[in-house]
Design a protein around this ligand. Sequence first.
Ligand SMILES: Nc1ncnc2c1ncn2[C@@H]1O[C@H](COP(=O)(O)OP(=O)(O)O)[C@@H](O)[C@H]1O
Ligand SMILES: [Mg+2]
Length: 253
Amino acid sequence: MLEIRDLYYTVTDAGGPNGSAKRNIIDGINFTFETGKFYAVTGPNGSGKTTLARLIMGIHPLSSGSIRFEGRDITNLTITERARAGIAYSFQQPARFKGITFRDLLAIAGGTEEEARLLALIRRVGICSLSFLDQPVDAKLSGGEIKKIELATTIARNPKLAIYDEPDTGIDLWTIGPMVDLLKREQAEHGATTIVVSHNRAFLEAADVVLMVNRGKITYLGNLDGALPMLTDLSVCGFKPCGEGERDARCFR
Ligand SMILES: Nc1ncnc2c1ncn2[C@@H]1O[C@H](COP(=O)(O)OP(=O)(O)O)[C@@H](O)[C@H]1O
Ligand SMILES: [Mg+2]
């Protein structure tokens, strides 16, 4: 349903020892996401997970490569056009808006102001408090509350492809299990293809396919069991001497 071909995202790092140097944040990714499957994307901090998710949504323009969604070339479509085609993106750090309530956001996302439909939506995402609907989505919300709102507005769009960037950030430990169940239910009942960027074991266990990204490349593809030795390895800080011309924060001279 989503075909990524030879995807590159290249930036220029200014101020290096040799002046400006180009760096591939996404370094030649090829992958096909299949309809209705649940994918977990994991990997070390700074490996390119958020960038990959943003390239799919069209938030960053890709440097080269192509993206097809349901057989259609979406490489040059805007975010809005991709959203209309059925792709939704949930931010790692959601925006807060002065003067806007959760009800407003949900109404825009769900395309309805009808009270019964909004209530059905908040019930669907496990928010059981009516007063929560009239919460302003501003700086006073906790990190966990804002992530729940972000999740709810993503689900309200009934996307064909839902991308969640670290949905568990700031969420209390007790909410993670129900959140995994919710995303699995959306997959099962609405046939949503789901991509979750996460380090959380609960999401990795729930996934049909785990993709590990390291330095802009897919370095592992399979189930969690096969990924575990690599995940353990990544959690160890392995500094090594730099090779000739090598520029890397994990090597020393
Ligand atoms: N526009 C940009 N210009 C320069 N560097 C960037 C840009 N966007 C991302 N990066 C860098 O790319 C790397 C990958 O970032 P990101 O995709 O956010 O990683 P992850 O989500 O895996 O932690 C990081 O080192 C980040 O600083
Ligand atoms: Mg990230």
